[in-house]
Design a protein around this ligand. Structure first.
Ligand code: HEC
Length: 97
């Protein structure tokens, strides 16, 4: 029974990843590409596409609380709720660089 619940959970996560990859970018995600470049673009700034979701989200949340020092990202991160940040991070994590 427990194993069934675990595999249902894994299936749900895989389904979410599948949805994220094919899905349209969530609100706010396209605002990042001016500096960080689109999934297929080239930029001097660190590319977000393909980075782990947790890495993007944790960094954004750290910028938001000023736990991470920044020149601009602290101000940008404050414009998003944690939920929006997680949605944007999930979308970038699912994009192939
Ligand atoms: C105006 C340009 C600009 C925009 C727009 C922008 N960023 Fe950034 N980003 C930066 C800069 C510059 C840094 C380096 C930290 C700093 O100085 O603020 C950075 C750093 C980051 C980092 C940390 C990378 C690392 O490896 O340390 C993440 C994650 C990030 N940005 C995510 C985002 C997301 C998500 C968005 C869209 C919501 C976004 N950025 C929009 C300029 C931008």
């Amino acid at each position: 029974m427990k194993a069934t619940r675990v595999s249902a959970g894994v299936a749900a996560v895989l389904l979410m990843i599948g949805v994220a990859r094919g899905a349209e970018a969530p609100a706010g995600a396209s605002s990042c590409t001016g500096c960080h470049s689109a999934p297929s673009g080239v930029s001097a700034m660190r590319r977000l596409s393909g980075l782990p979701q947790a890495e993007i989200a944790d960094k954004m949340i750290a910028f938001k609380s000023s736990a991470a020092t920044a020149t601009i990202m602290d101000r940008i991160a404050k414009g998003f709720s944690d939920e929006e940040i997680r949605a944007i991070a999930a979308w970038y994590a699912a994009q192939k660089p």
